[in-house]
Ligand binder design. Sequence first.
Ligand SMILES: [Zn+2]
Length: 486
Amino acid sequence: MTRTLVRRAQVIDGTGAAAYVADVLIQGDRIARIGTALEALADDVVDGQGLSLAPGFIDVHTHDDAQVLRDPTMLAKLSQGVTSVITGNCGLSLVPLVTSSPDSPLDLLHTTEFRFPQLDDYAQALARKPAAVNVGALIGHTTLRMCTMSDLNRPADPNEIQAMAGMLDAALEQGALGLSSGLFYQQAYAANMAEMQALVRVVARHSGIYVTHIRTEMDAILQAMEEAADTAQAGPVTWILSHHKCAGPRNWGRTIETLALLERLSQRQKVGMDVYPYSAGSTLLREDLVDGVIDILITRSDPHPEMAGRYLREIANQWGVDQLQACRRLMPGGACYFQMREDDVRRVISHPLSMIGSDGLPHDERPHPRLWGAFARVLSHYCRQEQLLTLPQAIHKMTGLSAERFGLTDRGIVREGAFADLVLFDANRVADKASYDSPRQMCEGIERVMVNGQWAFAHGQAMAHRAGRFLSRPGRNPRAGPQPTA
Ligand SMILES: [Zn+2]
């Protein structure tokens, strides 16, 4: 078993504690020793002097369900130091739906590969063909609806709720981390409290979590947050508010209210939220988000692929129609919506309850730059340039806090005995390069990334060997699914 040493790096351990210089010895898939002068114990030494060594970043908000199988190199994430991704967000998961003709908004996953009736089947596919990063899975409420209901425009009836609960129970038994919902999306919008609470009670039996893209992030956001919090309380389970934002010009500045509400709720129940470091959101192209005020950048259009990378306003002018008509012609597709204000983004990023999640959409023609840049941008822009966060605080939001909230044991921390998911980077140089104009750019300053004790990325390139694993919720039934060993 090779013993690798990272010598004299600044260790930022993921807990939020101050950095310290140490040697870190890795043996097998774990951190074996942290100390000084450990060189004699190592077969292979990497000099970390002048660099920072942190736990591998955990991207808690992804839509990578199909991507980890389709392009297991996962360079957009790995090159930023991400070593684990959480899939199945916003109510949309690949498992357990089996179909060849998905309707939108499962379109966010942009695949016809719905072929995993059980989470075990998905875990086994990953074991056969591992991704470069670890994968933890949420089960999507919208997906469960599509498995069980023929008419999605009404609440589920008791039989349908029972069927969804059964599927969810099986997936949690097989190691799913929890349930996600996206009541914002039309396929889930009709769900009522009874439907959601019944499912959350199943999650509670397995000590899972409830993650939600709430019903609205616009005018009625406080009510939508209360609804989500009350839903989680039915467990009770930990509630994670997805990609927190106040959307639309009328709501700019209102994170003062939403964060106050979140703090109040956090006295009653365990809460968290994720955020990406940009003032534009991105999702499917939707008529209801076209207000004639905010800028909208087309990321993908099935009927007009040539319009990806152009603004809706320009396209409407060129076609001599209004923006709404142009939007209809471009659908189905995707877009970036410049719907947030910077002070709100800053307030959420600097809040102690927030974790970093990219929400990157890997299948867009011209994706939102968050896909390739979210983590590096927090470190360069908000940490080094704006000094909104200290480096240990920023790292904590990408590692220790995320692992704790999502129940990932022995990850998100540099400590003896923990898994050796590590990122070695230059804190003075790390910078995102992806922009709205040029979104598929690798960031700078990430020197090396290790996943489960094996180097996964170095010298600007992914390694051929991929050591990512399927991450089960602790306490799962061990009979289900293989756990590859390093
Ligand atoms: Zn979402």
